[in-house]
Design a protein around this ligand. Structure first.
Ligand code: BGC
Length: 248
């Protein structure tokens, strides 16, 4: 089964058709810059344009940087606050005229990694973290998602953890990458004391550079880079929209 996955990020809205049995993209990945402000109307218009450009008319899965319950957006840390309370699933389904599922972006990335990627077949507790404008988290036990954990908003060193250790500090504020990685290490050690995970999966765009800073991150738990790097959100969103796991 093929589903069109969409990942709404701070700078771009990206989408591609995905084979939800294998996690592979079956067509070109397209990207349109995120409109400003990233309010519901303009973002929904952009998603519609992306789907249209791909000539797609089947089911669509959308990953948003928000807590999403039953399709309804509950938080908006890094998108326009007017999203809060919007039934994104219904609005998108109405606009696109196809079945739509909407989930949190880090949960989507985690689903891709746990099902097809770096944490495939890993039992026990796995934490998938995405480092970007904020910090997103996907918590899994034996491959099953505990949705909408917001570990980037845990208080750490007197502030929200994502203010202390998001990749935006390097990507936008020019923080030295090794200095930033030492902060990430502190944060991961804090998460270790709470969750005792078997594995950390390190995601987000900056995971492309994982080899350059991984030696700075000292944890007892293994840390591996995301297998799908920044495609994980698209793949996981498509997978979530396919409903129950399908045969590979
Ligand atoms: C949001 C999360 C999101 C993460 C990554 C955080 O600020 O609260 O819902 O997963 O950023 O985009």
């Amino acid at each position: 089964m093929i589903v069109f996955g969409v990942d709404v990020g701070g700078s771009g809205i990206k989408g591609a058709p995905v084979d939800v049995g294998t996690g592979e993209l079956t067509g070109k990945r397209r990207r349109i810059p995120t409109p400003r402000p990233a309010a519901p109307g303009p973002v929904i218009d952009t998603i519609a344009r992306l789907v249209d450009r791909a000539g797609w008319s089947g089911p669509v899965g959308v990953a948003l940087p928000s807590v999403v319950q039953d399709g309804v957006v509950r938080t908006a840390a890094n998108i326009d606050p007017s999203w809060i309370g919007v039934d994104a699933r219904s609005e998108l389904a109405q606009r696109l005229g196809v079945p739509v599922e909407v989930i949190n972006d880090a949960d989507a990335a985690g689903l891709a990694e746990v099902t097809f990627g770096a944490a495939r077949a890993v039992d026990g507790v796995v934490l998938v973290l995405t480092f970007g404008t904020g910090i997103g988290s996907g918590v899994f036990f034996d491959g099953t998602l505990v949705p909408n954990t917001e570990l980037g908003h845990l208080e750490f060193r007197g502030m929200e953890a994502e203010r202390y250790a998001a990749a935006r500090l390097v990507e936008e504020d020019d923080m030295n990458i090794e200095w930033w990685a030492s902060r990430v290490g502190e944060y991961l050690r804090y998460l270790e004391r709470i969750f005792w995970p078997r594995l950390f999966v390190f995601g987000g765009g900056i995971s492309k550079r994982f080899e350059t800073f991984s030696h700075i991150i000292e944890t007892s738990t293994p840390v591996v880079p995301a297998g799908f790097r920044n495609l994980a959100g698209i793949i996981g969103a498509a997978y979530a929209a396919a409903g129950e796991p399908t045969e590979a």
